[in-house]
Design a protein around this ligand. Structure first.
Ligand code: ATP
Ligand code: MG
Length: 297
């Protein structure tokens, strides 16, 4: 479990899997990331929350260089990905990324979706790749669906296939960008359950999410971003249950009480205390119930 931190100071360095220093990213004249310092320790689960447009996806995409930083350094597993001499394809092999849209190959069945990159990139044999794929399908509760095509699966099942595909590349860390936000509410829990089990197994994870109950229960650290900055970070109960900054309080009250509108049409903070007895916003019990004996349900 990570030590809690408040304010915008970075977490202490140590055995950092990801070390981000002074990261800036501009799109033309638009400054999207304005100086991000963030370390993620091996085995740590960091959930990133914040309003739309605050730069969460851009931050995640900079980690595996899907976006080229404007300034700053990002070291992943000891390799400086911002160094022009860095062999980014080698670094990327160790980074799994799961997006809101599942990005499965629609013309390939589940097994082929899971084996194609293993064979091409990792040069695994067909039998080894299939063995790894089957193990990971089982891990996400989808054993037996090898022959299905993406269109024959629910959104939640497709997202679990996408996670299994990432896992089949044997990543040392996983980046998730709102993996459940395109899903019907009743399908969210199964995906979160898979992510929770990955966290329990010690996977290093950076997760952009609006699922506050997940962040509260699974994250070692919650990072609140706004307008290209880290405004506040710390333990989940601290940041979500007892936020210190006004922006964090306002954001959380909107996320946790989306239908609460005052007479002027402005959102208002909840009137009651939290489930932890502190003065921050209440946690909505939005965690869907998953049958642990049958995660495919
Ligand atoms: N490729 C791009 N070109 C130009 N502007 C971009 C690009 N990608 C992102 N932006 C802008 O950067 C800002 C931050 O975008 P980003 O997608 O990182 O936000 P976010 O916090 O992930 O938001 P959301 O919660 O809506 O996903 C936005 O103003 C967005 O329009
Ligand atoms: Mg985003």
């Amino acid at each position: 479990m990570a030590t809690a931190h408040t304010g915008s100071e970075p977490a202490p360095t140590g055995d950092a899997a990801i070390s981000i220093n002074g990261l800036k990213k501009n799109f033309g004249a638009l400054e999207v990331l304005k100086g991000i310092d963030l370390d993620v320790a091996a085995g740590e689960v960091v959930c990133i929350i914040g309003p739309s447009g605050s730069g969460k996806s851009t931050l995640l995409r900079c980690v595996n260089l899907l976006e080229q930083p404007t300034a700053g350094t990002i070291v992943v597993n000891g390799a400086d990905v911002t160094d022009p001499d860095c062999e980014i394809d080698v670094v990327r092999r160790h980074i799994g990324m799961v997006f809101q849209q599942f990005n499965l190959f629609s013309h390939l069945n589940v097994l082929d979706n899971l084996t194609v990159a293993q064979r091409k990139v990792l040069r695994r044999s067909k039998s080894e790749a299939e063995q790894v794929a089957r193990k990971n399908l089982e891990r996400v509760g989808l054993a037996g669906r090898e022959a299905s095509f993406p269109a024959q699966l629910s959104g939640g099942q497709q997202q679990r296939v996408a996670i299994a595909r990432s896992l089949s590349m044997s990543p040392s860390l996983m980046l998730f960008d709102e993996p459940t936000s395109a899903l019907d509410p009743e399908l969210v829990g199964d995906v979160l359950a898979v992510m929770r089990s990955l966290a329990d197994e010690g996977m290093t994870m950076m997760v952009v999410t609006h699922e506050m109950a997940f962040a509260r229960d699974v994250a070692d650290r919650v990072v609140f971003m706004d307008d290209g900055f880290i405004v506040e970070q710390g333990g989940p109960h601290q940041v979500i249950g007892d936020p210190q900054h006004e922006r964090t309080k306002t954001f959380l009250s909107r996320v946790l009480n989306p239908t609460q509108v005052d007479q002027a049409g402005e959102f208002t903070a909840p009137a009651t205390a939290t489930d932890q007895g502190s003065s921050g916003p209440a946690i909505v019990q939005d965690k869907p119930v998953v049958d642990p004996r049958d995660p495919t349900r």
